[in-house]
Design a protein around this ligand. Structure first.
Ligand code: FES
Length: 102
């Protein structure tokens, strides 16, 4: 069962959620009330930027529109857009830190 951990940031407290079916990270964030902001939900604003601190192998590779936005904002190599990233089903833990503006 994949678990997603959110570290505490200025945007909010730490949170953790089990996401047995995987799916869009935005849905996991909503369910966990995670400290990640969202606006467009379509890879345009980068408000949902997160840094993957561990467990990146439990996320599907970024699609072209996500890679393009990450490049445009000069994101670090470990960054993902939570509105675009897809969590793989299966065992493992992904640790994230919000890096976007709110
Ligand atoms: S919410 Fe705008 S890019 Fe994810």
């Amino acid at each position: 069962m994949p678990t997603v951990r959110f570290t505490e940031t200025v945007h909010g407290p730490a949170a953790e959620i089990d996401a047995p079916a995987g799916g869009l990270l935005v849905d996991v964030c909503d369910e966990a009330r995670a400290p990640v902001g969202f606006s467009c939900r379509s890879a345009r604003c980068a408000t949902c930027l997160v840094e993957v601190l561990a467990g990146a192998e439990h996320l599907e590779p970024a699609r072209p529109e996500e890679r393009d936005r990450l490049a445009r904002v000069g994101a670090s190599p470990c960054a993902r857009l939570a509105c675009q990233a897809v969590l793989r089903a299966g065992d493992g833990t992904v640790t994230l830190r919000s890096a976007g503006a709110r």
